[in-house]
Ligand binder design. Structure first.
Ligand code: C2E
Ligand code: CA
Ligand code: CA
Length: 751
């Protein structure tokens, strides 16, 4: 401590100074040390003036002033006036209070033994007479003789504003620190782990991050640790990479929810977010936060799973199914996909007869077998509603057919004692056609085989597509067609074979389309029965029929009865008797002029209700004809139980009657049966004289068919058969002879 011993001090100061510098623990800076003493040099550099003061012991020394380092002799006067002369006298009058306050505080601190540094800003006169802002600091200390004294240091503040800013900044910083502390407390509470980086340099990692998460945190960027040490769950890598790519692109904020491996090896869900703090002209600074969202994500997942999966069968639900179809087709664009829709025939009655539990057991078995047949990643299946399933499977139609066959076989013998049938609609996926549409097409195909005994699957093909397109064309136009009266009443004569006289007519509808010409009912009736429009159309035709009959009466003709077709759909409400009564009342017609043709299919849904309606109508005086007798639906019990007065032999039956012996026997015996039941019999589809002769011989004298006339406009019918009284007597085949033999009415002999 050579310099600190002060060997360079001047002679006249030596004595005084020796008092100050003696002792090993000299801690007052030796002013003489000048440039050799780094600490003194620093003080000298930092302050313009330095004084040593002792309030109690009268010490006053000017240590350094305006670049001159020198020691003034020990004050001969009192310390206060020496200080005033050297320093205090130059303080701006406006800051005298400030200066006096500082001195009082310094005096008080020293006497109290408080060692805090005091500091005040004030204005002080410079050498050129002007005032400048200075910062005056008082450092308490002890001199070498252990006397309480202090060092008063003064430095000019070049810019008061600067100092004010400094103070404000400090306050802000403090405020920020407080905020940061509060923020940190909040973060800790929310279990958010923070990390920070600037450019490529990792600045801070919350200590719990390496404690919890796997990986070697050796100073590498956190995201690199996770990637390189396989901390990120492989399935979440795309999300992770995507987020990093966004970061690389300079996107200021990012977020990802990914699985990270914990120290124990288990993966947990974490939400990782980051945001740029945007340090001006520095490398970009980012704060990242990691939140443990495992419980939230897992419970969300299980909720979603519950919402996506049918709890009974484990199949997808409808919404998920369609989402998955689209995703699968995107994921495997080269795969030919097929969509199938299928359900259980008579599932409702299975439930009713065997109970819901058995029904559910069947549905679970179907789902299980379906699952077995499908590819776990490429295929998807769903339960759309009750017993309706849908499948979207990879592979062509061959795979689909193998699936149909396998599942049908497995399900067929599920219940002992009866056969369980599935019906499938199949549709091949087409580019640009959505899953919804494909499933709808499969349903259209399925409807074409529903309840068929022949096959249990159908494809949606070009033929079906054409048909459906036509149907949609018709559906779009049917309402306006009715309003524009494009539906016309046509009448086909019923002829008494023996006489050739027209004894009745059947009302048949025709659609006179302005562009498409006359459309026959074969191309729209079944559609109208499916979409319900037949109810309105029938009522219109009935009304037209009544109007026609009424006009004939008005014109003085003797009208023949007309039969109208009554769709089975009318029997689903109890309204029918009221509708007919109102019609007849409005037209003033007797009931026996209108005959109602019903097909037996109408009786299947509810025979008891049907019987009630027929009884009601029968009591009102209406007559019934059973249409299409001899087709699949006929049963003798219907003939026995329901009040029919006429039976119409179906044309398929009639067409065969001149073919083989069996057909002849069938037709003959059917006619005999009807006659024996005291009902009238009308044969439809009579196209040849052979037919007419055979039917007459067999006991059927009333026929309808192209041999006599095709359905014609009501006006034509009126002119030909009511005005001109045209008839169709036949002489060949011995019809006349047969008629004579049976004593039947004869017509005029033809020449
Ligand atoms: P349907 O009630 O059995 O009517 C008899 C059908 O046989 C009529 O066909 C008629 O034109 C046709 N036909 C008559 N004689 C012959 C023949 O000698 N040979 C052949 N091959 N066919 C013959 P149409 O008019 O095409 O009607 C077809 C079906 O449409 C009707 O069968 C009936 O079920 C239904 N239909 C027609 N008009 C109406 C209606 O206004 N309401 C309802 N609900 N159904 C109607
Ligand atoms: Ca008919
Ligand atoms: Ca018929």
């Amino acid at each position: 401590m050579k310099n600190r011993t002060g060997k360079k001090w001047t002679e006249n100061q030596a004595e005084e100074n020796s008092k100050l510098q003696a002792g090993e623990d000299f801690f007052l800076l030796p002013p003489e040390a000048a440039d050799d003493e780094p600490l003194f040099a620093t003080l000298r550099y930092a302050y313009d003036e330095i004084y040593l003061l002792g309030f109690d012991n009268g010490i006053f020394r000017q240590v350094h002033r305006n670049g001159n380092t020198r020691l003034m002799p020990v004050a001969t006067r009192d310390m206060e006036s020496a200080l005033r002369d050297a320093f205090g006298g130059r303080i701006h009058p406006g800051d005298h209070v400030e200066y006096a306050g500082l001195m009082d505080a310094a005096r008080w601190s020293l006497s109290a033994g408080i060692s805090d540094v005091l500091c005040r800003d004030m204005r002080k006169q410079t050498r050129n007479g002007a005032y400048a802002w200075v910062q005056v600091s008082v450092f308490p200390l002890k001199d070498t003789q252990n006397r309480q004294c202090c060092l008063l240091c003064c430095k000019e503040i070049e810019n008061r504003e600067f100092s004010e800013n400094l103070v404000r900044d400090n306050k802000l910083l403090h405020q920020k620190n407080m905020d940061a502390l509060r923020y940190k407390a909040a973060l800790d509470h929310a279990r958010i782990l923070v990390f920070e980086w600037r450019g490529s340099e990792l600045c801070y990692v919350h200590p719990r991050i390496p404690a919890i998460l796997d990986g070697n945190y050796d100073g590498r960027f956190l995201f690199d640790v996770w990637r390189e040490d396989n901390v990120v769950y492989s399935g979440d890598m795309p999300v992770f990479e995507d987020c990093l790519a966004r970061l690389m692109l300079g996107i200021k904020t990012g977020e990802m929810t990914i699985r990270l491996r914990r120290r124990g090896g288990r993966f947990s869900w974490y939400k990782v977010t980051y945001v740029s703090l945007n340090d001006a002209d520095r490398a970009e600074r980012y704060i990242g936060a990691i939140t443990d969202v495992d419980v939230v994500v897992r419970s969300e997942q299980s909720l979603r799973l519950r919402a996506e999966i049918d709890p009974l069968t484990g199949a997808c639900n409808t919404q998920t199914f369609f989402e998955k179809i689209d995703a699968l087709r995107k994921a495997w664009p080269q795969e030919p996909y097929t969509v199938l829709r299928f359900d259980v025939a008579g599932f409702k009655s299975i439930n009713e007869s065997l109970g819901l539990a058995e029904g559910n057991r069947l549905l679970r078995a179907i789902a299980r077998q379906t699952r077995k047949c499908l590819h776990p990643e490429k295929d998807v299946y769903a339960r759309l509603t009750a017993d309706v399933f849908a499948v979207c499977m990879s592979g062509g139609t061959d795979s689909a057919l193998r699936f149909v066959q396998s599942l049908s076989q497995k399900v067929e013998r599920f219940f002992e004692g009866f056969r369980t049938r599935l019906y499938f609609g199949i549709c091949q996926a087409e580019e640009g056609i959505s899953g919804h549409v494909l499933c709808d097409r499969a349903y259209q195909a399925q409807k074409t085989v529903k309840d068929s005994e022949l096959g249990n699957f159908a494809f949606y093909d070009a033929r079906l597509r054409d048909r459906l397109q036509k149907e949609s064309y018709v559906t779009r136009r049917m309402h306006s067609a009715l309003e524009k009266k494009q539906f016309k009443l046509f009448l086909q004569p019923k002829v008494e074979v023996s006489s050739g006289r027209v004894v009745g007519a059947e009302a048949l509808v025709r659609w006179e389309h302005p562009e498409d010409g006359i459309i026959s009912p074969g191309s729209f009736i079944s559609l109208f029965e499916r979409n319900g429009f037949i109810v309105r159309l029938d009522e219109y035709i009935w009304a037209q029929t009544c109007l026609t009959l009424a006009s004939w009466l008005d014109k003085g003709h003797t009208p023949v009865p007309i039969s109208v077709n009554v769709s089975r759909l009318h029997f689903s409400t109890a309204d029918l008797p009221r509708k007919f009564s109102r019609l007849l009342r409005a037209s003033g017609l007797p009931h026996n002029l209108l005959e109602l043709e019903l097909t037996e299919s109408a009786f299947f849904s509810n025979k008891a209700a049907m019987q009630k309606l027929m009884d009601e109508l029968g009591n009102a005086g209406f007559l019934f004809a059973m249409d299409d007798f001899g087709t699949g639906y006929s049963s003798l019990s219907t003939l026995r139980d329901l009040p029919f007065t006429t039976v119409k032999l179906d044309q398929a039956f009639v067409n065969d009657c001149t073919g083989n012996e069996r057909s002849r026997i069938l037709v003959r015996d059917a006619i005999a049966l009807v006659n024996n039941l005291n009902m009238h019999v009308v044969a439809e589809g009579v196209e040849t004289e052979d037919h007419a002769y055979f039917l007459l011989k067999s006991g059927c004298n009333c026929v309808q068919g192209f041999l006599y006339a095709r359905p014609m406009e009501a006006e034509t019918f009126e002119r030909l058969f009511l005005e001109e009284k045209k008839s169709f007597p036949l002489t060949n085949h011995g019809i006349r002879g047969e008629a004579l033999r049976q004593g039947l009415p004869l017509g005029e002999p033809t020449h």
